[in-house]
Ligand binder design. Structure first.
Ligand SMILES: [Zn+2]
Ligand SMILES: [Zn+2]
Length: 335
């Protein structure tokens, strides 16, 4: 079968790979839609992932076969999957912190992913989507990260929020914050198109290249933000997030940075600023799937391009590493 294999930094080849053989507790899925994640772009451009891997952890598809013990699903079922592969035995798993498992794997990072015609997944990771559109269902994974971040942030409705970054994560986060009743959410994003999309849900948007986020928040909120969500992953935006937050406030980091980030420690210390990073999700995948299935969150306006697997290098990864107005690129043809 065809799959996109990470060869080296900046190089992905669409090539023939062996057909996946399922174990008794696994489900074989014919991939219908697979989204390219910001972390895949890091994997492509910085060496964050090991070469040889088939990336792709945001996907949906149809059950093509089931193992002897995987009886919850049958051929033809429409599904998505949580990519977190947890051991279920370590102290973190026992505490429900599957994303911190001592022996954690991730589909599309440590195990073969969804930029392929077929993928095999443990039955316990598979989630039914019913009649939900495959494209919408491919957003369950990024949405689960956002729901997890909201939970970790301990946000309550009266708190003023600043979201830095209007990509898939920043945009989904804004929607979830509003859905959870947060009264005031401002989003900062330099790209006009991304800002226009964010405007539909955020209470206000700003271009950080034109307007100082601290001044903007002071005007909009009458104070600095109580919680700043960093959804970019650049050293400059992480520093910005810590600088912008109010005394005693929280900075929640969702963006992935492979570079070290210098911090003004005294500013954090004297002003009791807290930093909480968030990674992947735990039980929130089900909540995210519910939000998509019920239509409470509709992510389709974030899908800016649809490509074939054979185009994944040029029209996918290379495009996403350069200047572009893309938000989410979906692979929806696998021939
Ligand atoms: Zn992702
Ligand atoms: Zn574990």
């Amino acid at each position: 079968m065809k799959a996109a294999v990470l060869k080296d930094i900046g190089e992905v080849d669409v090539t023939d790979v062996p057909f996946p053989k399922i174990e008794a507790d696994e489900v074989l899925i014919r991939v219908a839609v697979a989204g390219i994640c910001g972390s895949d772009v890091h994997g492509f451009s910085t060496g964050l992932y090991e070469p040889g891997i088939v990336m792709g952890h945001e996907f949906s598809g149809t059950v093509a076969d089931v193992g002897k013990e995987a009886l919850k699903f049958k051929k033809g079922d429409r599904v998505t999957s949580n990519p977190v592969l947890a051991c279920g035995k370590c102290s973190f798993c026992k505490a429900g912190k599957f994303n911190l498992c001592d022996d954690m794997g991730t589909i599309g990072i440590t195990h073969p992913g969804a930029f392929a015609e077929f993928i095999k997944v443990p039955e316990q990771n598979v989630v039914a989507i019913g009649h939900t559109d495959f494209e919408k269902a491919a957003f369950c994974e990024p949405l689960s990260v956002v729901v997890h971040a909201c939970e970790k942030s301990g946000i309550h409705p009266a708190e003023k929020c600043l979201v830095i970054g209007g990509g898939t994560i920043g945009n989904l986060l804004t929607r979830v914050l509003k859905l959870k009743g947060v009264e005031q959410v401002v989003l900062s994003e330099p790209d006009d198109f991304r800002r226009k999309i964010a405007q539909k849900y955020a209470d206000a948007v700003l271009n950080p290249f034109e307007t100082d986020p601290m001044d903007f928040c002071e005007k909009e909120f009458g104070q600095l933000p109580d919680v700043v969500f960093e959804c970019v992953g650049l050293p400059a935006t992480i520093q910005e997030a810590v600088q912008d937050v109010i005394k005693g406030g929280r900075v929640i980091i969702l963006g992935v940075s492979t570079e070290s980030v210098e911090m003004d420690f005294l500013d954090m210390m004297y002003n009791e600023k807290a930093i909480q990073s968030v990674f992947s999700c735990t039980h929130e995948f089900m909540e995210a799937a519910d939000l998509i299935r019920s239509g409470a969150i509709n992510p389709l306006d974030l899908a800016t391009s649809r490509i074939a697997l054979s185009e994944i290098s040029g029209k996918g990864f290379k495009k996403l590493t350069g200047e572009n107005h893309e938000i989410k690129i979906l692979v929806n043809r696998f021939v």
